[in-house]
Design a protein. Structure first.
Ligand code: BGC
Length: 371
């Protein structure tokens, strides 16, 4: 009788033990699932800003020695751009918001960049200037839009430094050079609006980065991805002693999600000649109640390539700025006119040659506005 009782007790203890083990496993699974969900949510709602220091929990390149988890254990997710990819038997994870490959401060030498052979990183960019990481799925697809005319050397230097940075940042990118056709006065605002409009014919980009051709990034921790809000990526330029010369400066390098760029109606089309279109963008953001972010000075550093300025400054830029409220809804993306002269898929860029028209055609409109 005593022996039977003991056997019965051991069976009960064994069963209770099993039940406890199963519930512990369930709790662990639940917590892994929750953690994964949180991570996906975090990535889609802000970590991609590049200002976040999250490390990946699984590294397909290092076969996960670091944390003992296998990338293939991850459940699939469904958010566009964040889906795990399968290539053969390999399941790819999202790229890190801040990849391990980053090196921080860069040494920039314009002369060396022009004389040296192209760095290996420039070799496997596909025609049209597109690339995406091979070992993970990029958190964002970005379009770099460079308004351009007659500055091929600057473009060469920019590509020399920027392409390797983008690759280390593991973003999927396409570079658009939007070149003004002919020799009429330069209109940078129009070129940037054209870049945005044309780029959308190529891909569903998550992020648009408007980039001056003469600004070279000095720190690869300044992520070329979009935050939730527009971000001025170049607050610290050597020409201005790495300080912001005035509060409303958003020129240089500026990132936008498409909803915000559309909300401010893009750039004005009316700034002919150098300067002002970016100052107005600051006011477009304020008028549209969109908060502007800035990369911290520590990493938002750029070197400017020195050059003379062809063509004059925008003649009525200060007066024009005062008329913004009247124009915001009637001057911008929704009134953009241009002729697409040619599109060329070059080794490192999609070159868009566009005729932006003649300032003489705007003179009546400008006189009416400025009267
Ligand atoms: C111009 C801007 C320019 C800034 C920095 C200002 O005077 O209006 O267009 O970005 O200077 O060069």
């Amino acid at each position: 009788m005593v022996r039977r009782c003991t056997r019965f007790t051991s069976v009960v203890v064994f069963l209770v033990g099993c039940a406890a083990l199963v519930s512990v496993i369930n709790v662990r699974e639940l917590s892994v699932t929750l953690k994964t969900k949180l991570r996906v949510a975090k990535l889609s709602f802000g970590a991609a800003s590049g200002l976040n220091n999250e490390k990946r929990t699984c590294d397909p390149r290092s076969r996960n020695e670091r944390n003992g988890r296998n990338c293939n254990d991850k459940p699939p997710n469904v958010i566009r751009g964040l889906t795990y990819k399968s290539r053969g038997n390999v399941s790819l994870e999202l790229c890190q918001a801040v990849p391990d490959l980053l090196v921080g401060r860069l040494i920039i030498n314009f002369v060396a960049a022009l004389k040296s052979p192209p760095p290996p990183a420039l070799q496997d960019v596909s025609p049209g200037g597109t690339w995406s990481p091979k070992n993970c799925v990029a958190t964002q697809r970005i379009a770099i839009i460079i308004p351009f005319r007659d500055r091929q050397k600057h473009l060469d230097i920019l590509a020399y430094y920027l392409v390797p940075v983008l690759k280390r940042q593991e973003v999927a990118f396409r570079i658009f050079v939007v070149e003004q056709y002919g020799n009429k006065t330069f209109n940078k605002g129009r070129l940037m609006n054209i870049g945005f409009t044309e780029a959308r014919k190529y891909d569903e980009f998550d992020c648009f980065i408007f980039h001056d051709v003469d600004l070279i990034p000095e720190d690869d921790r300044n992520m070329y991805t979009c935050s939730e809000n527009p971000r001025h990526m170049s607050p610290a330029v050597d020409k201005f002693k790495y300080k912001l010369p005035y509060k409303g400066l958003v020129g240089g390098v500026l990132s936008f999600r498409s909803n915000h760029f559309t909300k401010v109606n893009g750039y004005s089309n009316l700034f002919w000649g150098w300067g002002g279109e970016d100052d107005e963008m600051y006011h477009r953001l304020t008028a549209s109640k969109i908060t502007l972010l800035r990369t911290p000075f520590e990493t938002g550093r750029y070197k400017m390539i020195k050059h003379g300025r062809k063509g004059g400054t925008s003649p009525f830029r200060w007066k024009l700025l005062k008329t913004l409220k009247k124009r915001l809804k009637k001057d911008g993306l929704n009134t953009l006119e241009y002729k697409l002269v040619e599109t060329r898929l070059e080794k490192l860029y999609t070159r868009i040659l566009a005729d932006v028209g003649d300032p003489a055609n705007d003179s009546d409109r400008l006189s009416a506005l400025l009267a």
